[in-house]
Design a protein around this ligand. Sequence first.
Ligand code: EPZ
Length: 425
Amino acid sequence: MDNQPRLIINGGKRLEGEIAVQGSKNSALPLLSAAVLVHGESVFHNCPKLTDIDAALRILSCLGCKCKRSGDTVCVDALHISENEIPDSLMRRMRGSVIFLGSVLGRTGRCRLSFPGGCDIGSRPIDLHLSALRQMGAVITEEHGYLDCETPSGLRGAKITLSFSSVGATENIMLAAVLANGVTEIHNAAREPEIVDLANCLNKFGARINGAGESSIYIEGVSKLSPSEHTIIPDRIVAGTYMCAAAMTRGELILTHCEPSQMNGFIPVLEQMGVRVYAYGGGKIYLSSRKKLVAPQTVRTMPYPAFPTDVQAPFTALCSTAEGTSVFVETIFENRFRHVSELIRLGAQIKVEGRVCVIEGVKKLSGAKLCATELRGGAALVVAALAAEGTTEISGVNYIERGYEAIEKELRSVGADIKKVQKIQ
Ligand code: EPZ
């Protein structure tokens, strides 16, 4: 009996209205890891309600932290850390749990976790994380699918150059370095806003980090961190997804509680397509898409501040009904076009060759039964279904709910005909 929830969407409704953008999942996760380093209670505001955040809170509880949520505020008391093993079940549930490695090592000197597997979008190696931590004095043995990490003489500052500006590796190094002996340098560091948010929060806790947001970050180790409060930055990927949804339906949308300056990698692509985007002050963006959209110039996903890989899928959905030929080159992950076969079921005309995706815009899409297999690809199916004639049913809602808080409620509030049903067969 398949009673997994499904999204039922009757397409063709123009989106019009206002959505307040949730806090950033990809900032909240490293920030929750940072709480492990603090002797006391850290408070995080604007923390999104997502299954990935629930998984991170379970890990914190397993480590001995006391966690509580009140609305968008999450409190984590890490005064007593009694464990340094991350349960295999939670590692398998969220491979991003590897972000706890740096903080658990930094706080306790030991960490045991099962190898984070790959996922639908790629093999997701962590070699850059491990080689950097080894440079900082960690002794890491890999056997029987487990990583056993120890720091016999503590973590020491090191000069680290990343061969790729990995977001997770940059974050893990920062988390390991804040209590290490000496100064750590990270060169070719990731420059994402989530890196800056992590550094700002750690500095509030008493860390000494300079250069976050640039290619070189300097962390001077301190003896301890003290509790503080922090408000998590908005989720630029969720904002971009909702912008695609509004443009897909030729609608009008105001997004609030967002940061337009973090979206310069993809707003110009919307404008090339004929979408009007106007950034107010005070975290507001206005978008209007009245006329036929046209294909943008070739889009290449690249590290921040260029076009982010996480909005590639929603943009391919948007381009499926834009006039002309759109080309996307996915340079970050090796398998991030899995959603294309589902878009084709709606009538999209798309060809994928390795890391290149070529889309011939069609006049219309028509509803079908679809299956989401990963987070952003699932969101792309929702975007496309909003404009598809007739009814679309999307299974795999659990993937979408990893990163989008109440997506069906948000979209319904601006006019979409969408509901979540528990299907009993
Ligand atoms: C973060 O993943 C995000 N996840 C991803 O968002 C995002 O797509 C990605 O950064 C790129 O922006 C979180 O923040 C929780 P990477 P991460 O390390 O840290 C290779 C979403 O949809 N690599 O920058 O795993 C790797 O194979 C998720 O919210 C190595 O080779 O990304 C990939 O090709 C999906 N060795 C590339 O770097 C390593 O040790 C990007 O990885 C690490 C990474």
